[in-house]
Write a protein that binds this ligand. Structure first.
Ligand SMILES: NC(=O)c1ccc[n+]([C@@H]2O[C@H](COP(=O)([O-])OP(=O)(O)OC[C@H]3O[C@@H](n4cnc5c(N)ncnc54)[C@H](O)[C@@H]3O)[C@@H](O)[C@H]2O)c1
Ligand SMILES: O=P(O)(O)OC[C@H](O)CO
Length: 333
């Protein structure tokens, strides 16, 4: 099987390596041409996945069209805000039978499109039934180290999801299937916003009670928004919802949680981001989610406060006070 992986960040590199080690012929496309040269020579992604020796049979390319041409499966792992532009370029070179798997977690800030909406509007119609979405609790560094991990792959029909499940599963990377594309992709995107908030709480010096409250009430607003977008509530109790939410709100490896911690400690967003080469998707997804919730008339109090902290320079301490001072209500509404 020939596989192309688009995006050589930490996640794309990890998945490309995992598939190459399974024996597939994998080409990893990187946005940075100099990184392609270094990975080819040193078998290490020194920018995004340092100190991991990449499989000897993994190939690298800076040519997007060449990487997607003639492949049986394409794994798309760019930051979500550039997915559209990349697929406009790549789309005409993808053959109709190709399985396409998106592993990016985010929502576009201007169009408010999820990744499935972006791909359906950008890629040829013949590919639409071949689109699948991989999500769930999976820090790249731990997957690259071979630590047991469980994820979920969603497809419009179970058969397509099962095909991808077979390809990507290994003895340490266990994949489940789902047919709720919207639930799986929204779980992965929205948990990043709540992880930022959990980080803010930690950075302010609050404790486990506050974090547990954010996780639980965060899941409630993720589910509300998901239902408004046609997702199924049960999906949010699964790997892509609760699973990834717990991981990202508690794990020290989370970039989103780390950005939140720095905000809580009083640093400014611009300064925090200027020191990062990796992507914290939740920063842009907070804006997109806030806008989407307004458009759909869905109440998302934690996301709203996160948006105000990130985009209107609200004092995080005041954001917490405002969250706690909201009208008292029943839990299950
Ligand atoms: N890292 C993880 O543990 C992990 C796990 C699951 C999902 N994801 C998701 O995978 C996606 C990619 O994240 P990552 O962690 O692999 O990236 P990363 O933060 O490690 O690296 C940043 C990536 O952005 C790319 N990039 C920057 N500007 C670009 C541009 N203009 N055009 C194209 N590419 C550009 C870089 O080449 C690099 O691949 C995100 O949606 C993320 O949420 C990441
Ligand atoms: O490091 P983060 O916060 O981008 O999280 C990475 C993955 O999404 C965890 O599943």
């Amino acid at each position: 099987m020939k596989i192309g992986v688009i995006g050589a960040g930490s996640w794309g590199t990890t998945l490309a390596d995992l598939l190459a080690r399974k024996g597939y012929a994998v080409t990893l496309w990187a946005y940075e041409a100099d990184l392609v040269a270094r990975m080819t020579q040193n078998r290490e992604n020194d920018l995004f996945l340092p100190k991991v020796e990449l499989a000897a049979n993994l190939s690298f390319s800076a040519d997007l069209a060449q990487t997607v041409t003639g492949k049986d499966l394409l794994l798309l792992v760019p930051p979500s805000q550039v997915m559209h532009a990349l697929m406009l370029q790549a789309g005409p070179h993808i053959s109709p039978g190709t399985l396409v798997v998106s592993a990016s977690k985010g929502i576009e800030t201007e169009t408010l499109r999820t990744m499935s909406e972006v791909l359906e509007e950008t890629l040829p119609r013949a590919l639409h039934s071949r689109l699948t979405f991989l999500s769930g609790p999976s820090f790249a560094k731990e997957v690259a180290a071979g630590m047991p991990t469980a994820v979920v792959v969603a497809g419009r029909d179970l058969e397509t999801a099962r095909l991808v499940q077979e390809v990507v599963s290994t003895d340490t990377f266990r994949t489940y299937t789902n047919t709720d594309i919207m639930g799986v992709e929204l779980g992965g995107a929205l948990k990043n916003v709540i992880a930022l908030a959990a980080g803010v709480s930690d950075g302010l010096g609050f404790g486990y009670n506050s974090r547990a409250a954010l996780i639980t009430r965060g899941l409630a607003e993720m589910t509300r928004l998901g239902l408004a977008k046609g997702a199924q509530a049960a999906t949010f109790a699964g790997l892509a919802g609760m699973g990834d939410l717990v991981l990202t709100c508690t794990g020290d490896l989370s970039r989103n949680r780390s950005v939140g911690i720095e905000l809580g400690r009083g640093r400014k967003l611009k300064e925090i981001l200027s020191g990062m080469k990796m992507v914290a998707e939740g920063v842009k997804t907070s804006l997109a989610t806030y806008r989407l919730a307004q458009k759909l008339g869905v109440e998302v109090p934690i996301t709203e406060q996160m948006y105000l902290i990130l985009y209107e320079d609200k004092d995080p301490r005041q954001a917490v006070i405002d969250l706690m001072a909201r009208d008292l209500k029943a839990e299950n509404v």
